[in-house]
Ligand binder design. Sequence first.
Ligand code: NFS
Length: 670
Amino acid sequence: MAEEKKKVKAPKLADPIASSIDVASQEMIARSHELGVETIFDRALTMKQCAIGVQGTCCKNCSMGPCRLPLPKAGIEGEDERKGLCGATANTIAARNFIRMIAAGAAAHSDHGRGVAEVFLSVARKETEDYQIKDFDKLLEVAKYLDVATTVEVDGEELDRDMDEIALETAEIALAQWGKSEGELLTVKRAPKARYELWKKMGVIPRNIDREIVEIMHRTHMGVDQDYKNLMKQGTRAAIADGWGGSMLGTDLQDILFGTPYPLQSEANLGVMKADHVNIIIHGHEPILSEMIIAISQKQEIIDYAKSKGANGIQLSGICCTANEMLQRHGIPICGNFLQQELAIITGACDAMVVDIQCIMQNIANVANCFHTKIITTHPIARMEQDTTIHIEFDEHHAAEDAERIIKIAIDNFQNRAAEIMIPKHKEPVVAGFGVESTEYHLGGSFRGTYYTLNDNIINGRVRGVAGVVGCNNARTKHNRDHITICKELIKNDVLVLTTGCTAIACATEGLLVPEAAAVYAGAGLSEVCETVGIPPILHLGSCVDNSRILMAATEVVKAGGLGNDISDWPVAGSAPEWMSEKAISIGHYFVASGVYTVFSNLPITGAPVFSDYICKEFENIYGGMWDTEQDPIKHAHLMIAHIDKKRKELGIDKARDRVMMDFAARQAL
Ligand code: NFS
């Protein structure tokens, strides 16, 4: 028999220019092709998406399936008769899939928050000396909303309570929010009163954080909840438990332990790596890891050790949300966002990539195998199959020791670099670290220190409204294009943008997070405000758990007065243009449940038009916020602007804006 010759297909390679708008990333994608290293950009060409999964109507919740219910090409006329084997309708299937995404996202954020709460409890119990309380004001603030007494009465006199006692009780009550058996999640009372009462009326106040996630898994099991509206009720309750619970506690307890961020300067993009330094990239989410690595890497004996191995020092940088955590509290430079994780290794200059949890691609281990880079996993719940990775379990009881071991592995690896290193030159300056407190200071002024001035500027129309633009990168979308197009369009139209996560990193690498960007990109009204107070037109508010900062900023606006009684009353909108993670669905849904009109590029609901209408239209009548989708970034921004204008009209402040615009035009004419 003639020997059959197998044809070897040449791998499809991504076009660097079509893959990313970021020049540093384009250079590294081209470099990956020169070196024959495959990345996610190439895989996105060969791996096609499942068309039914994209529509949200594939049910694989039991072994009789998967049952697939795509929308017929001609659409649905009359009654929708599509059913799974058990009779589950497209609406039931799409709703079950949707709230399972909320459960996974809420679990990821909240488990991160739980980890911080556990470290905080260890600190309060004085079981560890490696971490300490850094922000006592924040401790008192959190104690208050967790109903912990901060004063004691002694002989009829009210005295300050001992801080150690406050910390211990606060830590215990905080941790109890994950699994307490009675009552309701204490943190939801931080929402505006009208919002809290609406949630109460709708029966969506979370009982505790874990229970709402578990209940989603139960309700979506075969043969349980078969009403898309009832399923969404539970999805809403779990999302609130994330945004106003697990994420919010995560943020606040991190601020207590590691310090509340205040604006500082740094740099962003792959160009922050240094050829003559030991480059350690921290990738993932929990500052418990990164805080300790930062502290130990700054010790003189460690720097000397690096020098003894021929390096000029240690350069730390971050990928993904850990990057935002390290940036906002210490000014550690950002290396890149989600789609840049493989590219950072392809520089050949990454001596160790230290990862903990979430958004870590398994392929970094394969890319690292083409270079000298060590991949070090540190979390017991997130290990890698590839045996070339090193696992060093990070524990708060011996965190300093673990951090030193990790850093020394990176330093020792410096000598193993191959000759050819290519670090892109590109990096941009960035001002980051805005939070509820600093925004209050900047926009409220030093005398008043409230959101009054921001409200004033919204009312007089200089600031048309506020947008939260957040979320991931997605290899199905040109890297960073939609983040940047939407953010630029919003600020051009006088919408102040608050950003977190990979969007924040995209804006940083594009040079949009500096005060000077206002004069170049912002509309006349917004740029006047930014120039007066010295802030960028896009404010970096941190990582993905820090989206809770956006919720609290929105609440402060309500409290400052003049813009309605609830978050749904004032001109604010949300967006996640390049989302891919289940966490983004949980975030989007807690924005919606909090009364925010929220636009995503797409959602896996198109195969179930009735369910889709429910969350994209009817929801506004119930919660004052709703979902929307738009793939075109300019149209996407204008949907948000239209919503902002609708709210301005409802508040009767649309005329004020007209006047301001006329004044500006008149000034220009002069
Ligand atoms: Ni959040 Fe997306 Fe990941 Fe951060 Fe980036 S991918 S949902 S932004 S790093 S969590």
